[in-house]
Design a protein around this ligand. Structure first.
Ligand code: ATP
Length: 212
């Protein structure tokens, strides 16, 4: 059975950097599907921020025409702080014998040691790191060490084992970030060609990042 890709994010809003990365990883790693997991409302983030329901709606609209992309709303529905390790524990219980691949941009991977119980993640899933512009794979520190112990250069291992490998894969680099998109929208500019049209319509109609 092919691995399931898990792509978590704030998706505030979702953009073509996310979608193209997920698409290339789905194709090149021969994943059964990519499951998008929008986070719930993180209490510490600054406004303006689209609420969880709206971010979920934008993710659903963005992937609606791609059958291999699935939206999983469990983190939005969960109350309280949502940790990836809890989500992966749930998914592992649902798919005990299936390869699970946590898909991360390199910036997210570099921040991994700050995640709650981050070392446990590799007991639950593989980690697939997509190169992002300007970032280099770590060779030192705690991440450098886990790369030595868990790094692999072959996609086959992601299929043969259910968890425990780290695989770095280059994707087409689209220098788009949600932060820059929000700034662009706040300043009255049009996000066309940076986000799918369906997402652009929701942004327009909800005015979620517009200045009051
Ligand atoms: P923000 O600017 O608000 O931090 P973001 O654009 O980085 O947002 P997130 O929702 O935080 O988006 O990211 C979700 C995942 O997508 C992370 O693993 C991140 O590394 C990855 N990602 C974000 N932007 C890109 C991009 N342009 N290309 C490839 N991966 C990306």
């Amino acid at each position: 059975m092919q691995p399931i890709g898990l792509f978590g994010g704030t998706f505030d809003p979702i953009h073509y950097g996310h979608l193209r990365t997920a698409f290339e990883l789905w194709q090149e790693l021969r994943l059964a599907e990519v499951r998008f997991l929008p986070t719930g409302s993180p209490p510490h983030r600054e406004q303006p921020l689209a609420d969880a329901e709206l971010r979920l709606r934008m993710v659903q609209a963005a992937v609606a025409d791609q059958p291999a992309f699935v939206v999983d709303d469990r983190e939005v529905r969960r109350t309280g702080i949502s940790y990836s390790v809890d989500t992966l524990t749930e998914l592992r219980a649902e798919y005990p014998d299936r390869s699970l691949c946590l898909l991360l941009g390199m910036d997210a991977f570099l921040g991994l040691p700050n995640w709650h119980r981050w070392r446990d993640l590799l007991g639950l899933a593989h980690i697939v790191v997509a190169h992002r512009p300007g970032w280099k794979a770590p060779t030192m520190g705690p991440l450098g060490e886990v790369m030595v112990d868990h790094g692999t250069g072959t996609i086959r291992e992601l299929h043969e084992k259910t968890a425990g490998r780290i695989y770095v894969h280059a994707v087409t680099q689209l220098e788009i970030s949600s932060t820059e998109l929000r700034q662009l929208i706040v300043s009255g500019r049009d996000p066309r060609y940076l986000v799918p049209d369906e997402v652009r319509h929701i942004l327009r109609e909800s005015r979620c990042y517009a200045r009051e």
